[in-house]
Design a protein around this ligand. Structure first.
Ligand code: SF4
Length: 289
C-alpha cells in the first residue's frame, strides 16, 4: 500500500494554530485529479490530502469527486476538513468517488470554548457533521484539544472529555494537549497574562539546530498543570478507545494486515504502553529537572 500526501494553507484564524500559510491556494480540480491519476499509475492506491483546509466549501469537494468519477479512477481517499465545509451532497459524492475518511478539528465541547479560540464553528455543526458522515458510511477522526484557556479546572477538562467521547462519538479520536507556539494568538494571550515569557529567541535557536537544542514547549497551565494534562490525555484515550462500541467499530473496519498492526499498536498504547504520552512525559520531566 502506497500513500501520497499534499498540503496547501488556510484562511481561518484559530488562536492556537501555527499554520503559517494564510492564503488558501486552490488548484484546478482537474489538475488535482491529474496528480491522483499519476499516483495511481505509480502504484499508489490511497491518497490522503493533508491539505490544511481541503474543503473550503462543499462545491470544491464535489468538483474533485466529479473529476475522479468522470475518469473512472479507483482510489481510496481521505481528507482533513472543517465541519462547515461539508453538506449532505458533498458527503454522498465523496463516498461514491472512493472517499473513506474525514478528519475534523472539533477541538472542544462548548460554544464558549470554540468562540474563544476563534474556531468559527459551533457545537451543533460539529455534532451534525459527525452524524452526517456516519449516516453515509464515512469514517471520522475528531481532533480534540485539552488544556485550553476556557477549561478552568481539572473537572472542566474531564467534563469535556466525557462529552466528546459519549455525545460526539466519532470513529477515532485524537486528544492533544494545547501547545503554545509563537506567532499564534494564544501564545500572545499567555504572554499578556504573564503565564509564559515572550522568549521567541529560543525558537529561533532551536530552528537553527533542532537536533542539539533542547526546547521547552509551553502549555496553558493557569488552571491545570502540565503533569495533570498528561494524565488527562491518557485518561481520555482510555475512556474513548476502551468503550465496547469503539472496539466493535474498530474491528468491523479492519481491511488489511497494515490496519491490524496499527490497531494492535493503538490498543497496546491505550492499555498502558502509551508511547506518545510517555515520550511527552519524559520530555517534560527532562525539561523541568
Ligand atoms: S486550525 Fe484548521 S481551520 Fe483553524 S486556522 Fe488552522 S488549519 Fe485553519
Amino acid at each position: 500500500m502506497k500513500r501520497y500526501t499534499v498540503r496547501y494553507g488556510c484562511p481561518y484564524k484559530c488562536t492556537f494554530c501555527d499554520i503559517p500559510i494564510k492564503t488558501h491556494r486552490r488548484r484546478d480540480p482537474e489538475k488535482v485529479v491529474d496528480e491522483i491519476e499519476d499516483c495511481i499509475k505509480k502504484g499508489y492506491d490511497e491518497i490522503h490530502f493533508y491539505d490544511d483546509l481541503f474543503n473550503i466549501n462543499p462545491k470544491r469537494v464535489i468538483s474533485i469527486c466529479d473529476a475522479i468519477d468522470k475518469r473512472g479512477l479507483k482510489v481510496t481517499w481521505d481528507y482533513r476538513g472543517r465541519v462547515n465545509g461539508i453538506n449532505e451532497e458533498s458527503i454522498i459524492r465523496f463516498k461514491k468517488s472512493g472517499g473513506r475518511m474525514i478528519s475534523f478539528g472539533i477541538e472542544t465541547s462548548t460554544d464558549e470554548g470554540l468562540k474563544m479560540m476563534r474556531k468559527a464553528s459551533t457545537v451543533k455543526q460539529n455534532i451534525d457533521a459527525l452524524k452526517l458522515c456516519r449516516k453515509h458510511g464515512i469514517v471520522t477522526i475528531a481532533d480534540f484539544i485539552i488544556g485550553l484557556p476556557h477549561e478552568r479546572s481539572y473537572n472542566d477538562v474531564i467534563k469535556s472529555i466525557k462529552k466528546l467521547t459519549y455525545e460526539y462519538d466519532p470513529d477515532y479520536a485524537q486528544f492533544s494537549i494545547l501547545r503554545l507556539y509563537p506567532n499564534t494568538e494564544v501564545f500572545d494571550q499567555a504572554v499578556a497574562k504573564g503565564l509564559i515569557d515572550k522568549d521567541k529567541d529560543k525558537w529561533s535557536k532551536w530552528a537553527m539546530n533542532p537536533l542539539e537544542t533542547p526546547l521547552i514547549v509551553d502549555h496553558w497551565d493557569e488552571y491545570v498543570t502540565a503533569e495533570q494534562l498528561v494524565k488527562l490525555q491518557k485518561k481520555a484515550y482510555r475512556m474513548f478507545y476502551l468503550r465496547p462500541s469503539t472496539i466493535w467499530r474498530q474491528l468491523k473496519q479492519i481491511r488489511s494486515l497494515h490496519e491490524i498492526k496499527a490497531k494492535i499498536r493503538g490498543a497496546l498504547s491505550v492499555i498502558g504502553i502509551d508511547f506518545g504520552a510517555l515520550k511527552f512525559k519524559a520530555n517534560f520531566e527532562n525539561q523541568i529537572k
